[in-house]
Ligand binder design. Structure first.
Ligand SMILES: Cc1cc2nc3c(=O)[nH]c(=O)nc-3n(C[C@H](O)[C@H](O)[C@H](O)COP(=O)(O)O)c2cc1C
Length: 464
């Protein structure tokens, strides 16, 4: 009997600057802004042979009742300059940045990623988000925020335009024949034209074809529209689906979307975000996890968390006391400006929380610790390696985007102790084998990749 070959684990690391798992108050926490912090994280991931280093993005700092929300750690530095700077101090690791498809223009984004792909010799990736940051529009000339479906429509059309731009320079565009006095092979290099619902552009793209052709495309978003979009257009999906059964179902469903458009299941990587807590013994790891969770959920964080669901100012409540006995404000504007309401049914959720709090005798803070800030992988390095490996071998994920809780040292222990365990199991590389991010991720080269152009051309008629 032949055994199925082991599937390789993919690993990325996110800089934890802008998300709720970040513990900035720990005495070991360093700057979230200094370049040295980004360098430390990226280099740690690279020396452990991770596939990529990843940055999230927000275009505005969130507000509560019109004031900056003081749990939105550290502001939002611009993704692309950070990645461009990291290009100079890394050699092999992929550099993936989140860039919003709701507010940017395809020409500028295509140009920035083509440039990053050149600077990194083929290690660039774009995580396309539609963003839930509703008030970001005020920062832009266009203003406003698009309705949900239209955000995905715009994102799809934006990618279509970007692809046309990336394709607009043939590989043999530059001949640089000094004897003949001829630099270009053709006079129309970079010409593009697109006319659709969201974009009507034509002109000339200014960056030669980059090493990967197109950057690796990731997509982050969990709902149906996001699944369709990601399944059709992306090389990888960044998801927060956590529970094992849900993860397997999600994995099958989204891969089926890729197959339906003529791709292979492995052309789309499912990469859930994952947090972890390590210890020398199982018991110590669980103790560490409990400490991290309480660090992640301070009293103020707990109140902020439930305020988003109640949509009310609950600052007068004691985080160590019981859940508020009042009803949520359903029709009022969102209390957290800058974020669309993500809780689809607050009444049902509050009912569920009340039941949980009563059954387990939980305070507000206990409850928030219980329902958020979970450590996905807890154990000794060998146990965590096995948990990760199990999820990959049983098709719940192709790998993970790790979210350390500390900047900049949050990845050190994982890199030093868990990665060798994965390598021993024969499921993680010991050396980079390719030169581009696509090669290292086992993705097909961009031009061969099936692209849903028929689907797009009916949805967004183009004029070439
Ligand atoms: C794992 C994950 C990461 C995300 N990262 C970002 C981000 O960095 N910046 C951003 O503006 N939105 C981010 N989003 C928000 C999505 O772009 C999207 O607005 C949100 O998930 C709601 O859409 P959905 O219902 O399709 O998931 C992220 C979402 C998920 C699930």
């Amino acid at each position: 009997m032949t055994r199925k070959p082991l599937r390789e684990v993919r690993l990325g690391a996110i800089s934890p600057g802008v998300n709720s798992t970040t513990v900035w108050s720990d005495h070991r926490a360093g700057s979230q802004i200094d370049f040295s912090s980004f360098v430390h994280l990226a280099k740690t991931a690279e020396s452990a042979k991770f596939d990529f280093f990843f940055l999230a993005e927000g275009l505005r700092v969130r507000e509560k009742n019109g004031l900056i929300y003081d749990l939105d750690v550290v502001g939002r530095p611009d993704t692309l300059p950070i990645l461009a700077a990291l290009a100079a101090v890394t050699e092999n690791i992929g550099l993936i940045g989140t860039i919003n498809a709701t507010f940017n223009e395809p020409y500028e984004v295509a140009r920035q990623f083509a440039t990053l792909d050149h600077l990194t010799a083929g290690r660039a990736g774009w995580n396309v988000v539609t963003s839930s940051d509703a008030f970001t529009g005020a920062n832009f000339r266009r203003g406003g925020f698009l309705p949900y479906e239209e955000r995905y429509e715009r994102a799809a059309e934006m990618l279509e335009v970007a692809r046309a731009l990336w394709d607009s320079w043939p590989d043999d565009a530059i001949v640089a024949d000094g004897a003949d006095g001829r630099f270009w092979s053709r006079p129309d290099i970079g010409s593009f034209a697109h006319s659709g619902k969201h974009f009507d552009v034509q002109g000339q793209f200014s960056v030669p074809a980059s090493p990967q052709g197109y950057p690796v495309i990731l997509q982050a978003g969990d709902a149906e529209a996001g699944r369709d979009f990601g399944g059709s257009y992306a090389d990888g999906i960044f998801t927060m689906v956590r529970n094992l059964d849900d993860a397997r179902k999600y994995y099958r469903e989204v891969k089926a979307r890729k197959v339906a458009i003529g791709g292979a299941p492995d052309d789309l990587l499912i990469l859930p975000g994952a947090t972890f807590a390590l210890g020398d013994t199982t018991e110590e790891a669980h103790q560490n996890a409990a400490v991290i969770r309480r660090q992640q959920v301070s009293g103020a964080t707990a109140i902020g968390y439930i305020e988003e669901v109640w949509n009310r100012d609950l600052s007068a409540y004691d985080p160590d006391g019981p859940l508020p006995a009042i009803e949520p404000a359903l029709d009022a504007d969102s209390i957290i400006q800058g974020k669309t309401r993500l809780t689809r049914d607050p009444v049902a959720l509050i009912d569920e929380w009340r039941h949980l709090a009563e059954t387990k005798n939980l305070s507000i803070r206990d409850l928030v610790v219980e329902v958020s800030a979970k450590q996905d992988f807890i154990g000794t390095p060998a146990e965590v390696a096995e948990q990760i490996n199990h999820r990959v071998q049983t098709e719940a994920a192709d790998g993970f985007i790790l979210i350390p809780h500390l900047t900049p040292t949050g990845l050190d222990e994982f890199a030093a102790k868990v990665v060798p365990e994965l390598q021993e199991r024969g499921v993680f590389r010991t050396e980079y084998t390719g030169t581009t991010l696509r090669e290292n991720l086992g993705l097909p080269a961009a031009p061969q990749r099936p692209w849903p152009s028929d689907h797009l051309s009916t949805q967004f008629p183009t004029t070439a």
